[in-house]
Design a protein around this ligand. Structure first.
Ligand SMILES: *Cc1c(COP(=O)(O)O)cnc(C)c1O
Length: 443
């Protein structure tokens, strides 16, 4: 690792160089493109990100669950650099190359189920989700798509329609694509009758709505995140996902697991849906797949994937050779360093410490997640009322102390932790110390 694995603050956050660049951003970059932390990156690796002023931050964000193998991981750099020397682009639809096929072979091996599988590669998560819908519609010859409360699937027109939250993702950007239907998800912490019967009640409501309002025979696809990411790291109550998957199967509906955030070792499994033994018809992946280079995929049952006509799927850059080489390097790293075990270990360290903090601070309403996809939900003391103001204050205090954390959630009141899976345990604990201090000060 070329960058020392230690936190170091040499200026206030942001430092003078970052402030200067932020002023340039203000005049050159569209306002709609926001930033979490007002510091500019200089280099990053392992669990550390160094800014242009020389401050070294502990990274609990991984660029939103992307650099799970660490930034500029050795195998990613080695394979992508070699590919850069040979050629940068041919377009797979013009003259194919082996790396694309190899990534698809790896995806067939790693995704759940031992049926015949095929894949198609794209550039972004949103593009993968759009293509999963195209494929499901082509296969079923149906149009409706069912999604869930708190779901997030991207920012293109179709995926905005699939995404639940208005601000900031959809506000003022309509009209949205038709034939999208939203049903309840089993969110244990906020289920009105309590967590005990949440799975059954939510599944019954969802299935009733699909059956009565949409008509199961009109539904092409049910699209769900096995752990809902932007919605607030919601783990659907155990039993909910299997019931929905079973309903899809009974009704000839394509069950799509959107594993873009939860996949590739993040939760301590290759894919989060494995925890309940679910075998999706299609899986969408992106984020963690290629160590930071833009790549996304739809993987699934060969007969479904083969439904669209030749030429019906693709895109100029989809499965770019450098991104494919990076993905092969990232997957090699995940296998060789057993990053599933690392993710589980991160969860084993974080969860007890966060639970102990919850006992001390009644602003922490819930601690949840698994592996290295962990969150706390912040509420007004003595209630379950969301507390987005405190969440923002706490995040800012962490940033000032050199800990990069992200917030999320439908109500803006969830602080999420997504450290690179290669982070050292000392840095992980130091990050938690900072959070603990920030909580004590801010509370
Ligand atoms: C990030 C994300 C997307 C969108 O991916 P982009 O690469 O930003 O287009 C879709 N689904 C889920 C679950 C995500 O977390």
């Amino acid at each position: 690792m070329t960058i020392p694995q230690e936190r170091r603050l040499v200026t206030a956050i942001p430092g003078p160089k970052s402030q200067e660049m932020m002023a340039r951003k203000q005049s050159a970059v569209a306002n709609g493109v926001g930033t979490v932390m007002p510091v500019f990156a200089a280099k990053a690796g392992g669990g550390v990100l160094e800014d242009v002023d020389g401050n070294r931050l502990i990274d609990f964000g991984s660029g939103i669950a992307v650099t799970s193998v660490g930034n500029s991981a050795e195998a990613v750099v080695r394979r992508a650099s070699a590919q850069l020397q040979d050629y940068t682009h041919t377009c797979f639809m013009v003259t194919p190359y082996e790396g694309y096929v190899e990534v698809c072979e790896q995806l067939a091996e790693l995704t759940p189920g031992d049926h015949a599988k095929k894949s198609a590669l794209f550039n972004s998560g949103a593009e993968a989700v759009e293509n999963a819908v195209k494929i499901a519609r082509s296969y079923t010859k149906r149009q409706a798509v069912v999604v869930f409360d708190h779901g997030y699937h991207g920012r293109t027109n179709l995926t905005m329609a699939l995404t639940a939250k208005d601000m900031p993702y959809k506000h003022g950007f309509g009209p949205f694509a038709p034939e999208i239907y939203r049903v309840p998800v089993a969110y244990p912490y906020r289920w009105l009758t309590g967590p005990e019967n949440c799975a059954e009640e939510a599944a019954a409501q969802a299935i009733d709505m699909i059956s009565k309002q949409v008509g199961a025979e009109n539904v092409a696809a049910i699209v769900i995140e096995p752990v809902l990411g932007e919605g607030g790291f919601i783990e659907p109550a155990k039993g909910f996902l299997p019931r929905i998957a079973e309903f899809a199967k009974e009704n000839g509906i394509v069950f799509v697991a959107d594993e873009i955030q939860s996949g590739f070792c993040r939760t301590g499994q290759w894919f989060a849906c494995e925890d309940e033994g679910i075998v999706p018809d299609l899986v969408t992946t992106a984020k963690g797949i290629a160590g930071g280079l833009p790549l996304a995929a739809v993987t699934g049952r060969a007969e479904i994937m083969d439904a669209p006509h030749v030429g019906g799927l693709g895109g100029t850059y989809g499965g770019n050779p450098v991104a494919c080489a990076a993905a092969l390097g990232a997957i090699e790293t995940m296998r060789e360093q057993d990053l599933n075990a690392k993710a589980r270990r991160i969860g084993e360290i974080m969860k007890p410490r966060l639970t102990a903090l919850q006992e001390k601070h009644d602003v922490i309403g819930d601690v949840r997640g698994r592996g290295a996809m962990i969150a706390i939900e912040l509420v007004k003391a003595g209630s379950k009322d969301p507390n987005p103001e405190f969440t923002a204050t706490l995040a800012k205090a962490c940033h000032q102390a050199g800990l990069l954390v992200l917030t999320t959630g439908t109500y803006g009141n969830v602080m999420r932790f997504l450290p690179p899976l290669v982070i050292g345990e000392d840095l992980l604990n130091e990050g938690l110390d900072i959070l603990e201090q920030a909580l004590a000060t801010a509370a």
